[in-house]
Design a protein around this ligand. Structure first.
Ligand SMILES: *[C@@H]1O[C@H](CO)[C@@H](O)[C@H](O)[C@H]1NC(C)=O
Ligand SMILES: *[C@@H]1O[C@H](CO)[C@@H](O)[C@H](O)[C@H]1NC(C)=O
Ligand SMILES: *[C@@H]1O[C@H](CO)[C@@H](O)[C@H](O)[C@H]1NC(C)=O
Ligand SMILES: *[C@@H]1O[C@H](CO)[C@@H](O)[C@H](O)[C@H]1NC(C)=O
Length: 369
């Protein structure tokens, strides 16, 4: 049978055919804690469920078991193991009955971790009324929750002069003497908690300053329906006015658009139309003096099936055609499997337009093509 990327209820096929009710999903495991990966199938009994890790059959043991409902149970998740790999990797399950074999999606299993900060906040001297920006970065799995401290006391970010952005960014606008102090960030996830180095914020007297963009938008790639935040923080005296436009001249629109802090652009529930280059401009009030910075937003859409292969009954000597159509951004790459093995073109199997297989059915053909 052919791999199906769909639910049993949408399958117009015979009840005896295999289909997945539940496939394993990506998870982040915690060290020395149990882990379960689900795999539920329906079809004509008897059905045998087996698991593979990184493409190779997974040996079972008292530590690693396949439960009666098909779930894989790892008693105590290991980071390192004597003489073998750790438990991280890509897992899939295979279900077999007398009609053939069906292989699930591959589930990525990662270990929760919180390595050291790779960016620490840097000390700054800022004119009174100006803008301060600190950033700290850490590659946590799962993503760390970042909060800030001033003089080792949790920062009160309900003050609207303080803006927290993703990527560990803290912006302070209209700084005053009371903002001076020693800043550091605190990162927390299921694996650990870490503190960054400390950075000083000094406040100096006010002087005339031309507008400067302290930090402009980064190139950003996100998935449809997520929220995009494009940073733009400008400083100067008098305080510059920040505005946004698209490089292609199209309107940014108003729906789902918000300004965070003094100039960061937030787009909620992004769609493919939001892809483009965004320009942030900082103007000195009442003049044409301006600075700009730009960043590209790329919106991607996950693959989605528009057409699935259908079951067919054909006499030997004829041919069978299976069609599969998927859409997504970027264009999805299709892989065909027969009984869990990648199908390659052969003397009796042809692939046309990358999505249609024509298979000659002959009683003497060997089973590999
Ligand atoms: C499978 O069985 C185990 C043990 O009985 C149970 O904890 C788990 O929730 C079951 N999984 C599903 C998907 O039913
Ligand atoms: C991050 O930490 C703050 C402060 O402890 C808490 O209020 C917030 O809910 C946390 N966010 C997440 C996503 O865990
Ligand atoms: C945080 O700041 C807000 C606004 O300035 C203030 O009303 C509130 O009392 C402060 N909270 C704490 C715990 O200091
Ligand atoms: C953003 O992408 C453009 C090309 O689209 C590239 O020229 C530019 O260097 C990138 N900027 C950053 C900060 O990576």
């Amino acid at each position: 049978s052919i791999r199906r990327e769909r639910r049993g209820d949408r399958c117009g096929c015979l009840a005896s055919e295999l289909s997945f009710l539940l496939e394993p999903s990506d998870v982040i495991a915690v060290r020395e804690r149990p882990l379960m990966l689900d795999c539920r199938v329906q079809g004509e009994e008897p059905i045998m469920v087996t698991w593979r890790k990184n493409g190779a059959p997974l040996p079972t043991s008292p530590q690693v078991q396949v439960l009666e409902n098909g779930t894989l149970f790892i008693r105590s998740f290991q980071k390192r193991k004597e003489g073998s790999d750790a438990d991280m990797g890509e897992y899939d399950c295979a279900a077999q009955n007398r009609y053939g074999m069906l292989v699930s999606r591959k589930a990525k299993v990662l270990l929760a971790s919180l390595p050291k900060f790779h960016t620490h906040p840097l000390s700054m001297s800022v004119d009174e009324g100006g803008v301060a920006r600190f950033q700290c970065q850490i590659n946590g799995v799962p993503e760390a929750n970042i909060t800030w401290e001033r003089d080792r006391v949790a920062l009160n970010t309900t003050d609207n002069r303080y803006t927290l952005l993703p990527m560990g960014i803290l912006q302070v606008t209209g700084v005053r003497q009371v903002d001076a102090g020693v800043f550091r960030c605190v990162a927390t996830n299921s694996a650990n908690t870490r503190f960054s180095h400390e950075a000083m914020l000094n406040i100096t007297g006010r002087t005339y300053k031309e507008p400067v963009i302290l930090s402009g938008p980064q190139n950003l790639t996100i998935t449809v329906h997520q929220t995009a935040i494009l940073e733009c923080i400008a400083t100067g005296n008098p305080r510059p006015i920040v505005s946004w436009s698209r490089l292609d001249g199209r309107s940014i629109g108003v729906e789902g658009i918000q300004v965070l802090g003094t100039g960061n652009l937030m787009i909620s529930d992004v769609s493919l139309q939001h892809s483009g280059v965004y320009v942030c401009a900082a103007n000195r009030p009442g003049t044409r003096m301006r600075r700009t910075a730009l960043g590209r937003l790329v919106v991607q859409a996950p693959p989605e099936f528009l057409q699935w292969p259908q079951s067919v009954s054909k006499p030997a000597g004829g041919s069978a055609v299976f069609t599969c159509v998927a859409q997504g951004v970027p264009e999805p790459h299709l892989i065909w499997l027969k009984n869990g093995k990648v199908l390659m073109p052969g003397h009796n199997v042809k692939l046309t337009n990358n999505n249609r297989w024509v298979m000659a059915l002959c009683s003497h053909c060997n089973n590999t093509d």
